[in-house]
Write a protein that binds this ligand. Sequence first.
Ligand SMILES: Cc1ncc(COP(=O)(O)O)c(C=O)c1O
Length: 386
Amino acid sequence: MYRPARRLADIAPFHVVELLTRARQLEAEGRDIIHMEVGEPDFPTPEPIANAAVDAIKQGKTLYTQALGLPELREAISGFYQSRYGIAVPAARIAVTGGASGALNLAFACLAEPGSQWLLADPGYPCNRHILRVYEGRPQNIPVGPDTNFQPTPELLRQHWSAGAAGLLVASPANPTGTLLTAAEIAALADVCRAKNGHFLVDEIYHGLTYEADAPTACAAGDDIWVINSFSKYFQMTGWRLGWMVIPEAYVRDVEKLAQNLVLCPSTPAQHAALAAFAPETIAILETRRGEFRKRRDFLAPALASVGFRITARPQGAFYLYCDCSGLCDDSFVLARDLLEKVGVAATPGLDFGSNAPEKHIRFAYTTGIDRLAEAVDRLRRYFRR
Ligand SMILES: Cc1ncc(COP(=O)(O)O)c(C=O)c1O
């Protein structure tokens, strides 16, 4: 008998996985593929973090921790808010989680009533709507475009806020666009959510990976905001599965109960590793790498534009360029497949990020070195004969 829960019908796979499978097949046949579809840093986890994990494991620090995480790691994260942003976030409001994914699961498990609607930017991170679906909430897309720098605005929020709406989730910097919200914009969105008696969740997973101004944290805009972050991207610990969430005080006990039941605790070795993430020598490594990402972006954005891709989102952060390719093709999904087959360049079609003109968009990740990016641009030029 095969009878999965009905909700499974609403959970879509990542289309890019199909491309990735094909890319791996081509590589096995000896083809050289340039991977620009990958949403994770190509750098290994900094050595001080890796060493801390090895030491912890050797010392037998492998038992369950408290459900909300090691007290000293929650304190270290609190200290990071003080040193990096100059604001006080009490450790008692911080939950260590299994990545931002774990945080999103706990937040929606805590807040989503069956049938409640949650406003999400489209294009946006695809897993949000699926995680929401698992907790019987409903995604309500807000189509966003270049006119609002691909971010929701108070006007858009009011326009899309229905009677059944329970809250808003935004990301800054955003995936797939890399666009940021200013402190004033975050505050204005928070005001609308408060006025509507809704929850406000801000995903700050790409914080630290910004290339002009630093991204302001929503923690500064009120202690009623749920702020999600992760060790995956800036700290380059994707596979360690560790993140955190700043929780409005009244909900801390609820999230703790959920964490106790759903996950018991985040990975203990990963938590010990993360204690080294805020050390000055680690931050120095990460800042050098941030500089490398900036160089890549500054190379790739004009190079793609010269091929005919239009970058209509201001890519201020993350490691993505979300390009309008409508001047080059009719369907970005077909283009992505064709680029892979014909010139060995893997990129993610808009289809993975929502239903707002996906066929006109394609995402290139600069998660590979400049020499490979340059080679990719040469191949694109050859493909389009420009
Ligand atoms: C916007 C956004 N949020 C959350 C995640 C989940 O990341 P993780 O669970 O590795 O922290 C990702 C991963 O790509 C993302 O792009």
